[in-house]
Write a protein that binds this ligand. Sequence first.
Ligand code: KG4
Ligand code: ZN
Length: 356
Amino acid sequence: MLVLGIESSCDETALALVDDGGVRAAVISSQADIHALFGGVVPELASREHARLIGPLLDSLFRQADLGPAPWKSIDRIAVTRGPGLMGSLLVGVAFAKSLSMAHDIPLIGIDHLQGHLLAAELEHDILWPALGVLISGGHTHLYRMEGPVDMTVLGKTIDDAAGEACDKFAKAAGLPYPGGALLDALGKRGHADPHLFPRPYTHNDNLDFSFSGLKTAGALWLSQHADAHFPPGDTPARERLDSASQTLCDAAASYLLAVAETLTIKAERAMALFHPESIVVAGGVAANSVVRQEFANLAERHGIPLIIPRLSLCGDNAVMIAKAGWHMAMAGRVHDLSLSAIPRGQTIPQDWKTL
Ligand code: KG4
Ligand code: ZN
């Protein structure tokens, strides 16, 4: 079973081929540098860039995969991210996938981007079922009960900002460019965390939802009171002059990331008490964070179960995870038809597949 995966939900345009043995080929182009000029993703620019890049990226994917003179003959399914994401960006990928499906008579499968993230780690590690899924990205923070690769239920989610957004906003308020999460991580590694500096928001309740807006406000307030903690202005890219950050900012970054990570593990541990998972899967861009990785490693160790996290290059958006999710959908006999709709952020992904 060879599956072509297509991802265009935000600011990465990506294509991948996954078969029974794993990844056959993968290409990706990030627009982060373009959006950094504006301090965040500009939806109109993102969709235009996807439309410009997706065709040439398919050509380079096929060159990498070397599928022979009739590449389409060997592809069994086309899996595409249908949501959640930016509507204009999703529509580029979905329209592209539909035209390929129609032109080459290959069944189409629509993928929930968040479930794709959770399956990325499965390319390298076996997930023990049932698993607790922790999806932490720039736009989403969801806890899942994962019964299997195509059977996941949302247990809780953020009611306002996502974990990644909370990191990006603190970084931005400190003077770092978008997306600041990884830069904050780099600063935090040089700092000492004060566990009392920032709150663990929305944890004094008995639900499994998150709210990071209070932490974001606490971070912004703290920064407004500490002028010495701001990243110094300069013309050279921030990545090249991280060394110039003050120790005060490094300490605050470490404290802030600890607040984010502990907020996540407090709710994750509460979810574990509900169904005693055999493993914990942590995925999405924020799964690349070193403090988050460490806190979840501690949680898994305390419960004596494995922690499954994708390698860093598969934490962020990519098409390998979409192709892998498509592979599982194909194995379960599920397909969509050309009426497949794109679903924007905030709406539920319908379970509208057909079974072969
Ligand atoms: O999953 P992803 O690539 O895209 C979305 O679907 O949102 O996640 C992007 C998010 C951004 O907020 C980015 O700042 C954050 O992941 N991120 C990090 C790190 N690397 C990426 N946040 C904290 N620490 C990191 N090392
Ligand atoms: Zn994502």
